[in-house]
Design a binder for this molecule. Sequence first.
Ligand code: HEC
Ligand code: HEC
Length: 189
Amino acid sequence: MSRLFAYIVCVLGILFFTNTFINISLADGDEHEYKKRHRDKKHFEHEDERELSLVENPTYAENCGACHYAYQPGLLPSNSWKKILDNLENHFGELVDIAPLATLEISEFLKANGANQSHAELSRKIMKSLGDQTPLRISQIPYIHKKHDDIPQSTFSRKSIRSLSNCSACHTTAEKGIYDDDDVTIPRQ
Ligand code: HEC
Ligand code: HEC
């Protein structure tokens, strides 16, 4: 009797251990697979949709990147860019003086590459949140505004930041067209 009992305990024990072992190794394998797939997917998105097109027009980069960083055209719809270009003599309180030929080239570039023309995920989110608004500022786009709600006002008194318009102060990959929250470092002063 006691031998039979010992035998059953032994068999159950073996079953239990092999089962747990198999479960653990399966779980490990699954998790590994999941992470790998997840990473691959993210990578795929990055290449395909997450990045805004780069600022590849030297006339735009030179003239519109003189006082602030040259915003990617995909951050505003073409109509907003048109409004901005139509009012360069009073550009947020400053005079922007650009030769007529260069202005024409910039205007074509912005018209062809505005957020309404872009397949990037960020441009699509921007267009969706805008409805029929045509803001003059990227920082006034509801989606962008909402994403920065939590940043305390005092942060903007830091010399290297000054305003929300200064995207590249905090987004370390802004110039590559990547505004992922993983790539944000808020400067301390
Ligand atoms: C003479 C300096 C100067 C030049 C050149 C200039 N800007 Fe600006 N821009 C400004 C200032 C000042 C602001 C307001 C910044 C602020 O409020 O923080 C501004 C703001 C902007 C904004 C709004 C940013 C935001 O979301 O708050 C956009 C868009 C913009 N400029 C586009 C352009 C374009 C397009 C050109 C080229 C045609 C250009 N800028 C050339 C000075 C300039
Ligand atoms: C003071 C620093 C700062 C400035 C300046 C700033 N951002 Fe951000 N941004 C952040 C932080 C912090 C987050 C992350 C917010 C969160 O995770 O809730 C963020 C989030 C975002 C997101 C969402 C990213 C995601 O993965 O969901 C976008 C898009 C974005 N910012 C675009 C911009 C643009 C465009 C500008 C310039 C017009 C700008 N930001 C200026 C700090 C900044």
